[in-house]
Design a protein around this ligand. Structure first.
Ligand SMILES: Nc1ncnc2c1ncn2[C@@H]1O[C@H](COP(=O)(O)OP(=O)(O)OP(=O)(O)O)[C@@H](O)[C@H]1O
Ligand SMILES: [Mg+2]
Length: 362
């Protein structure tokens, strides 16, 4: 998938812009606070119908304005033209149109225009609680398989009901019904997650080796109570505990991803650059799996390319993504000279955009 043209109105600090992108590497350079990350976020928004960073849609509307518009003209890998138009107004909410036709459910859109973003914010995946890693996994698998999102939403709905129920009753029959429903949806979620992480493992290891010149070994594993026994059995065993605690203490809402370097926890023993390299390897693995399953090479957004990486790793990264497996790329950096030198060393062609106070010039 390639974004040919991007039009933005009132998107954060970008009041009005229209840019034509290159099919290969696009570089956005400018000072801190210029609006570089905001451009990448607008591209992410069009693909995922939400920001990669802010919690609410309203936060993406320029201060003092009522609405924002983002419009992208795309060319798919099979040379199909596509037009996406997303608008959000503080009063009327969000409308997303593909080729002029409004989506009935915005969830139907996710995965049609695959995107992968690498940003300094990814470090939350390592430092934050398991919830952040589950959120990542959910967003990723949803782009691959719409039925996953459905199972996840149904699981969460039953879970919420069961938790409310536990606060006011201990009726065994009713709990049995909740458990059967949780087991049905939760087992599907588990199977999806397990399959995806198994596919990711060799890719993450391979990309990390290439980035680090084989200096360290990393591992990613999926941790779930369901590996020991069925969710139905888990829920039965935990029932007494759940009744005492008045909430559901076991299930796939407790799953986690475990990251290791040289056999030790990455959070405690990985240096900043090693952690960053791991996150990039993770995202590139995600990229490959998305490309395989959607049949479209995702748009790759590399925010703050040099963040925490040494020159050699940046060089390896650029060599990797300039290869055939990858398609269109958008890169940001605050140092134009550094970026241009590095790209020249990697012998990569690119288009350069200068960003200043929300204005973008090629
Ligand atoms: N809703 C909004 N309305 C207006 N301006 C906003 C809004 N949200 C964010 N901004 C502004 O956008 C600017 C940040 O833009 P962005 O994060 O894209 O900068 P950047 O070029 O990536 O900078 P850095 O090099 O520091 O990463 C800030 O000045 C911020 O105040
Ligand atoms: Mg930025």
């Amino acid at each position: 998938m390639r974004l040919k043209k991007l039009l933005l109105i009132n998107f954060k600090n970008i009041l009005q812009t229209e840019i034509t992108l290159s099919d290969g590497i696009n570089c956005f350079v400018g000072d801190n606070g210029a609006g570089k990350t905001n451009i990448l976020d607008a591209i992410h928004y069009l693909s995922m119908s939400k920001s990669a960073f802010t919690m609410t849609d309203g936060q993406s509307v320029a201060h003092g304005e009522e609405f924002f518009v983002a419009e992208g003209s795309y060319l798919s890998d099979s040379e199909r033209n596509e037009l996406l138009n997303c608008s959000f107004s503080r009063r009327g909410g969000k409308v997303l149109k593909r080729n002029g036709k409004e989506y009935e459910r915005i969830a139907d859109h996710v995965g049609n225009f695959p995107v992968v973003i690498v940003s300094p914010r990814d470090s939350d995946l390592i430092t934050d609680a398991a919830e952040e890693r589950r959120r990542y996994l959910n967003g990723f698998i949803s782009q691959i398989d719409k039925s996953y999102l459905n199972s996840m939403m149904r699981y969460n709905a039953v879970l919420a009901e069961r938790n409310t129920f536990l606060k006011r009753s201990s009726d065994e029959q009713m709990l049995q019904i909740y458990d059967m429903q949780l087991a049905e949806h939760g087992t599907r979620v588990y199977e999806h997650r397990k399959r995806i992480v198994e596919q990711m493992q060799p890719l993450v290891e391979e990309y990390y080796r290439e980035l680090s010149e084989d200096r360290e070994q990393v591992e990613i594993t999926y941790r779930s109570e369901l590996e020991q026994m069925s969710l139905m059995d888990i829920l039965q065993r935990a029932r007494e505990k759940d009744l005492v605690n008045q909430f559901t203490t076991s299930g796939v809402h407790r799953d986690d991803l475990v990251f290791r370097i040289g056999g030790y926890p990455l959070r405690k023993y990985g240096s900043q650059g090693q952690q960053k390299s791991f996150l990039i390897a993770l995202k590139l693995a995600q990229y490959r799996l998305l490309a395989q399953s959607t049949g479209e090479r995702p748009i790759l957004l590399l925010d703050d390319l040099f963040d925490k990486l040494d020159m050699r790793r940046v060089q390896h990264l650029l060599e990797l993504v300039a290869g055939e497996d990858f398609g269109q790329i958008c890169i940001t950096d605050c140092n134009k000279v550094r970026l241009e030198t590095t790209l020249a060393n990697a012998a990569a062609d690119y288009a350069l955009f200068e960003v200043e106070g929300g204005d973008i010039k090629r």
